[in-house]
Write a protein that binds this ligand. Structure first.
Ligand code: FAD
Length: 286
């Protein structure tokens, strides 16, 4: 499948966003700048920057976010609360607000191995409520959703209930974990709509570039690589170009299906590279 018909609507155009992780080296900073400038042509609503749980990347996240904002784009820092305190989150929010940041991707995060103290927040809904309590409507808050359910959820029903509870705490929108099965997304949306959730639920999209890396990520975060995709990717062996070419077709087709089925936009996990994500956006005619 190489020539999807674009189903992009005007609405979808407003909801394209790209996610980065904070670079660790000067070279990484420059690479990210370059990536950002290439992806800017797709006129994203915002660029977001992840946050290492337990505050491990706090400075890097802040630096990247302020640079993006300084260039005139909307920047959204991710903020994870596990292992943190009310005082630390209060200080960080005040700092972002002072710098004109208007969006936060609010998360629980995962407890880094070896961390004993989980801090003063247990779940993301508590962080969302805390941000609203302190800042009213200053920040637009996005939260995470899991069409294939969160790997630590007690069960599927409890996970849906927890998601609804988190949105009701004051989220404006949700971004999903990535998936390769469009039906999982549509079912998730139907389930939460039936429980009164009306906010946009933007699918998170992961490009396929490196099979072993993708398999590792997916095991950790509970995203399923369907059998047909896993076997096909495995059959390419070390042929990186073939994996990328096939991955581009699969991901473009997925995005097209999502938009055609009513998804309000797309949030791309870029891994700080413009290549694959940029090609998908071009093929979709974004
Ligand atoms: P929560 O919504 O708190 O849910 C976590 C688990 O707890 C779920 O199983 C849920 O069902 C359960 N739960 C929720 N409330 C309750 C309750 N009251 N009682 C019992 N159980 C409950 N991680 C990072 O460290 N940094 C990032 O920058 C980052 N960015 C992300 C961006 C996106 C778009 C996504 C989808 C994920 C991101 N993550 C990030 C990963 C995320 O932090 C992990 O998936 C984490 O394990 C859960 O975070 P959450 O905010 O979804 O947690």
């Amino acid at each position: 499948m190489t020539t999807p018909t674009s189903h992009l609507t005007t609405d979808a155009k407003r909801h394209i966003s790209f996610e980065f992780f904070p670079p660790k080296t000067q070279e990484g900073v420059e690479k990210l700048r370059n990536t950002r400038h290439q992806l800017a042509q797709f006129k994203p609503e915002f660029f977001s920057v992840t946050f290492g749980a337990g505050g491990t990347t706090q400075e890097g996240t802040r630096n990247a976010v302020l640079e993006i904002q300084g260039e005139g784009f909307n920047a959204a820092p991710h903020l994870s609360c596990i292992g943190s305190t009310r005082d630390a989150i209060t200080a960080l929010l005040a700092d972002y607000r002072e710098h004109g940041i208007r969006r936060i991707v609010a998360l629980r995060g995962d407890i880094p191995s070896g961390m004993v103290d989980v801090g003063e927040f247990r779940y993301a809904n508590e962080l969302v409520a805390f941000i609203r309590e302190q800042h009213g409507d200053w920040f637009r808050i996005e939260v995470a959703g899991y069409p294939e359910y969160h790997p630590q959820a007690q069960n599927a029903e409890a996970d849906i209930r927890n998601f609804v509870n988190k949105v009701n705490a004051g989220a404006n929108a949700a971004i999903t974990q990535y998936f390769f099965n469009a039906d999982a997304y549509f079912r998730f949306v139907d389930e939460v709509r039936a429980r009164g959730v009306t906010v946009p639920i933007v699918p998170g999209v992961m490009p396929i570039q490196n099979f072993s890396q993708l398999a590792r990520f997916s095991d950790t975060c509970g995203a399923e690589i369907p059998r047909w995709l896993r076997l096909r990717l495995a059959s390419f062996g070390d042929d990186a170009a073939a994996i990328r070419a096939y991955g581009l077709d699969v991901v473009t087709e997925l995005c097209d299906k999502l938009l055609a089925g009513g998804a309000p936009g797309l949030h791309f996990y870029t891994l700080n590279a413009a290549g694959a994500v940029g090609t998908v956006c071009q093929r979709l005619g974004l």
